[in-house]
Design a protein around this ligand. Structure first.
Ligand SMILES: [Zn+2]
Length: 154
C-alpha cells in the first residue's frame, strides 16, 4: 500500500465516519479509529462471515469504542462497501449493551447488526433521493411561478 493510497483511504474513512456518527446519533461516543497499515489479523467472529477488514471493541457502559481497521484489506473494496462496513461497526455500538459472549449469541448479534445496517442504508438512500426529488419539484414550481409572473407583466 503506497503512502498516497493510505492517505486517500484514511481521508475517505474519516469522512464516512464523521457523517455516520451524526446520522446514527453516536456523537456522544468516544470513538477511536486505529488504522493498521500492515495486515492486522482481525479477530474472526463466529460464523466466519467477517471479511476481516474492521473490528470494533465497544463498551456501552462508558460510550467508548475502538475500531481496528485493516487498511490493506480495504484496498480492493468499493466506497459503498467500505461505508457499509463502517455503518456495520457503528451498529455494534447500538446493540453492544445486549452483547453476550457465547458463540450462538454472537451469531444472532451479527445477524441483527447486518439487518440494521441494511435498513439504515436503505433509509439513508431513500431520504437522500426523496430530498433530491423534493428539491427538483420545488425548483420546477419556482420556475413555473417566475414564468407566470413574466407572462402577467407582458
Ligand atoms: Zn459485526
Amino acid at each position: 500500500m503506497s503512502d498516497a493510497e493510505y492517505r486517500a483511504l484514511k481521508r475517505s474513512i474519516k469522512r464516512v465516519h464523521d457523517r455516520w456518527l451524526r446520522i446514527m446519533h453516536l456523537e456522544s461516543w468516544d470513538m477511536l479509529l486505529i488504522f493498521h497499515r500492515d495486515d492486522y489479523p482481525i479477530p474472526q467472529e463466529p460464523g466466519g462471515s467477517n471479511v476481516g477488514s474492521m473490528y470494533i471493541d465497544a463498551d456501552w457502559r462508558y460510550l467508548l469504542a475502538t475500531i481496528h481497521i485493516n487498511m490493506p484489506a480495504l484496498l480492493g473494496l468499493s466506497d459503498e462497501r467500505i461505508e457499509q462496513n463502517i455503518v456495520h461497526e457503528f451498529t455494534h455500538c447500538l446493540v453492544s449493551e445486549m452483547h453476550r459472549s457465547d458463540p450462538e449469541s454472537r451469531d444472532h448479534e451479527e445477524r441483527v447488526v447486518t439487518m440494521l445496517t441494511l435498513a439504515l442504508n436503505r433509509a439513508y438512500d431513500t431520504g437522500w433521493n426523496d430530498g433530491k426529488a423534493d428539491l427538483r419539484r420545488k425548483q420546477r414550481e419556482a420556475a413555473k411561478e417566475t414564468k407566470a409572473a413574466q407572462a402577467a407583466k407582458e
